[in-house]
Write a protein that binds this ligand. Sequence first.
Ligand SMILES: Nc1ncnc2c1ncn2[C@@H]1O[C@H](COP(=O)(O)OP(=O)(O)OP(=O)(O)O)[C@@H](O)[C@H]1O
Ligand SMILES: [Mg+2]
Length: 116
Amino acid sequence: MKLITAIIRAYQLDQVREGLIAAGISRITVSRVSGHGAQLTEEVYRGKKIIPGLIPKMRVEIAVNEEFVDTAVNAIIDAARSENEIKGEIGDGKIFITNLEECIRIRTGERGGSAI
Ligand SMILES: Nc1ncnc2c1ncn2[C@@H]1O[C@H](COP(=O)(O)OP(=O)(O)OP(=O)(O)O)[C@@H](O)[C@H]1O
Ligand SMILES: [Mg+2]
C-alpha cells in the first residue's frame, strides 16, 4: 500500500477530484495548507529583507493499493498541470509517494489492502 500526498493549487482541487473520480478513485482526504517551493522572491519591508509569504495550497491524500498508484498519479498530473504549450507552470505542485504500513477500517476491523 502507498500513501499519495499531492500539494496542488487550491483552485485546481475540483478538477483533480473530478479526474480521480473518473479514474475510479473516490477516497480522498483534503486539507488546506500553505507552503513554498523552489522559487523564493526576496521581499523588503521597511528596509529589511523578509522571508517570502506562504502560498495557500491544497493537500490531497490518497491511500491506495499498489496497482492504483500510477492511475492516481496520472489523474492528478493531468488535472493539476496548468494548460501551457510547453509543460505546466512553476508552482503546479508536487506529489509525494510513501510506503503505507497499515490501514484499518474502523467499522469492520479489516486490515490491509481490503480495508483501503
Ligand atoms: N520538497 C518539498 N517539501 C515539502 N513541501 C514541498 C516541497 N516542494 C514543494 N512543496 C510544497 O508544494 C507546493 C508547490 O510547490 P511547487 O510546485 O512550487 O514546487 P517547486 O519545487 O517550486 O516546483 P516548480 O519549479 O514547478 O514551482 C509548495 O508551496 C509547498 O507547499
Ligand atoms: Mg515553485
